[in-house]
Design a protein around this ligand. Structure first.
Ligand code: UD1
Length: 340
């Protein structure tokens, strides 16, 4: 039984689909603070399988212990956490509380239940402002905002725990920029309020909910002056978690692994690719730089290929057309929809 915290969220729900389709049993532990139970109904509809759903908060150790025991968990995939950079600057304690304290409680509960296998959702944000590209896992780590710092603190906590007790098996997955949606169009990214991330914003412009994309700066040291990122299809990302779980069965290690494609695209290239996918130009305007942004960020995905036998296979066109299918079929996300 795989125990998935934050399983109702964007990456979590896509990972649940792949776990279920691989024949694994899944229990989701989620407080639905930034997700909808509807996503899990859709996961079951896609896979034709059921999963256990436990509504609970990762800061509640007793609830975690009960859920781990009752579900018969053998490994944990830990997605639950807050992830908005701007919000983390305004409310740092909420980030330390949910992300750091929540993960601490989860590790305590796992330890006391004898469940010592963990796949953790980290982020390329732990590389800070890149000193060299592509980013390899041994690049120096740093943080530029409280959100990033919580990811870094958690990574350090996991490494310390593994050092103290090598029976712990941990895979620290450093995500680049997840985009796209399941090919069924039934699950996808459903941000609350104004999207911070590029692709959901572009998709909302394309569907007519917003007038134009703000391109945050066109004076970076990049081929067209706009920011370059390593966008990765969320289903490829989900499959990376499956491979990480497989590896942990044979290796008692604490290993950080990049999950990216190794290819960077600019903001303007993304808008253009999305325009093609939705069959109409997506309007945009050039605006000033966003505080804290970097020019370019992309992965060296070699370690994932070597250790996990994983590589991303879905291209930019698929990322955009799958995101568009989700957005056009569900213009208001999961809100107000009926799963039947
Ligand atoms: C952001 C976070 C990162 C976090 C990740 C989670 C910042 C500085 N970084 O990454 O820590 O792990 O989200 O998903 O917030 N852009 C626009 N217009 C928009 C939105 C974005 O031009 O409306 C540009 C950005 O300047 C950037 C690119 O699009 O060049 C991607 O932005 P975004 O999707 O927010 O991701 P990151 O900034 O890479």
């Amino acid at each position: 039984m795989i125990f998935v915290t934050g399983g109702a969220g964007y990456i979590g729900s896509h990972t649940c689909v792949e776990l279920l389709q691989a024949g694994l049993d899944v229990a989701v532990f989620d407080n639905f603070c930034n997700s909808q139970p509807e996503s899990l109904l859709r996961v079951q509809r896609i896979t034709g399988r059921t999963l256990r759903v436990i509504e609970g908060d990762i800061r509640d150790r007793a609830a975690l212990e009960a859920a781990l025991k009752n579900s018969g968990a053998t490994a944990v995939v830990h997605f639950a956490g807050l992830k908005a950079v701007g919000e983390s600057v305004e409310q740092p304690l909420a980030y330390y509380d949910n992300n750091v304290l929540g993960t601490l409680r989860l590790l305590e509960a796992m330890g006391s239940c004898g469940v010592k296998s963990l796949v953790f959702s980290s982020s390329a944000t732990v590389y800070g402002d890149p000193q060299r590209l592509p980013l390899t896992e041994d690049h120096p780590l740093s943080a530029t905002n409280p959100y990033g710092r919580t990811k870094l603190v958690i990574e350090d906590m996991l490494r310390d725990l593994h050092r103290s007790d090598p029976a712990w098996r941990m895979s620290i997955l450093r995500y680049f920029n997840p985009v796209g949606a399941h090919a069924s169009g039934l699950i996808g990214e459903d941000p609350q309020g104004t999207p911070n991330n590029l692709l959901p914003f572009v998709a909302q412009v394309a569907v007519g909910q917003r007038d134009a994309v703000n391109v945050w700066g066109d004076d970076y040291q990049t081929p067209d002056g706009t920011g370059v990122r390593d966008y990765i299809h969320v289903v490829d990302l989900a499959l990376g978690h499956l491979k990480a779980l497989e590896r942990l069965q044979a290796h008692a290690e604490c290993q950080a692994i990049n999950l990216g494609t190794g290819v960077g695209y600019s903001v303007l290239e993304m808008i253009q690719a999305f325009s093609q996918a939705c069959g109409k130009p997506v309007p945009y305007r050039i605006a000033g730089r966003r505080a804290g942004d970097i020019a370019s960020c992309y992965a060296d995905p070699t370690q994932a290929a070597n250790l996990l036998g994983w590589r991303a296979t879905r291209n930019l066109q698929t990322m955009c057309s799958d995101a568009w299918r989700w957005q056009s079929n569900n213009p208001t996300g999961y809100c107000g929809t009926d799963s039947h």
